[in-house]
Ligand binder design. Structure first.
Ligand SMILES: [Zn+2]
Length: 218
């Protein structure tokens, strides 16, 4: 503990050791516990700052510490990290460490997002017939084909996760030679205005609002 005490002093004097992992996670958690119990603000802040990006601290344990020691600044970024991680990739023993409320919220977002993406992949948004269009039938058929060859394939890609905002950028820039420009512009604008490609972030924010209310009541 003397080494840690020297590091806290060194840190408070601006001579911080850059090495995130120079103190073990176990020691830092002990320090966090002790400083929380005895209300030592400097030591608590020091241990939290060193644990935050410590390579030895995994995400489930970080979420547990976040709730148990009321580290509010960790909640949102750690939850976003969890949502981006396939639940099946987390070892079963580690799942137990994630507070149930947070785990359920993450699974809810992932499930909601997956269903939403599958629906968008299966059902192309309707074509909006352009004011100057003289070939509405072929434009409609080609719009559907362009959607299935582009955004639908991106939504269903087995290895790469394309966020909705990237798919929207793709849609705005992709050439559709067989859809007249009038229909193309109106249809892309309709997709953009509907917000259907940007709802994933909303699913996360909705759960974050709920989690913050719950966290603040703990
Ligand atoms: Zn057209």
């Amino acid at each position: 503990m003397n080494v840690i005490h020297q590091k806290i002093e060194s840190s408070s004097m601006g001579n911080e050791d850059d090495s995130e992992s120079s103190i073990s996670v176990t020691s830092l958690i002990s320090l966090l516990k002790m400083c929380t119990v005895f209300d030592v603000g400097g030591g608590r802040s020091y241990s939290i700052s060193k644990l935050e990006h410590h390579p030895g601290l995994n995400l489930p344990m970080k979420l547990w510490l976040c709730v148990y020691y009321k580290i509010s600044s960790w909640l949102v970024p750690a939850f976003k990290q969890l949502v981006a991680l396939p639940t099946e990739s987390i070892p079963y023993a580690d799942l137990d460490k994630i507070p149930a409320k947070i785990l359920h919220a993450s699974i809810h977002v992932q499930s909601h997002t997956r269903n939403h993406r599958l629906m968008l992949a299966a059902l192309p948004p309707p074509i909006i017939e352009g004011f100057c269009c003289i070939t509405p039938l072929s434009c409609a058929a080609e719009w559907e084909k362009a959607w299935k060859d582009g955004p639908a394939e991106m939504f269903r890609h087995p290895d790469i996760f394309y966020p909705g905002c990237e798919i929207l950028s793709f849609l705005e820039s992709v050439e559709m030679d067989l859809v007249c420009s009038s229909c193309r512009d109106a249809s892309v604008a309709n997709v953009k205005d509907s917000g259907c490609l940007l709802m994933e972030e909303g699913f996360i924010e909705e759960q974050i609002s709920d989690l913050l209310l719950w966290f603040n009541k703990q």
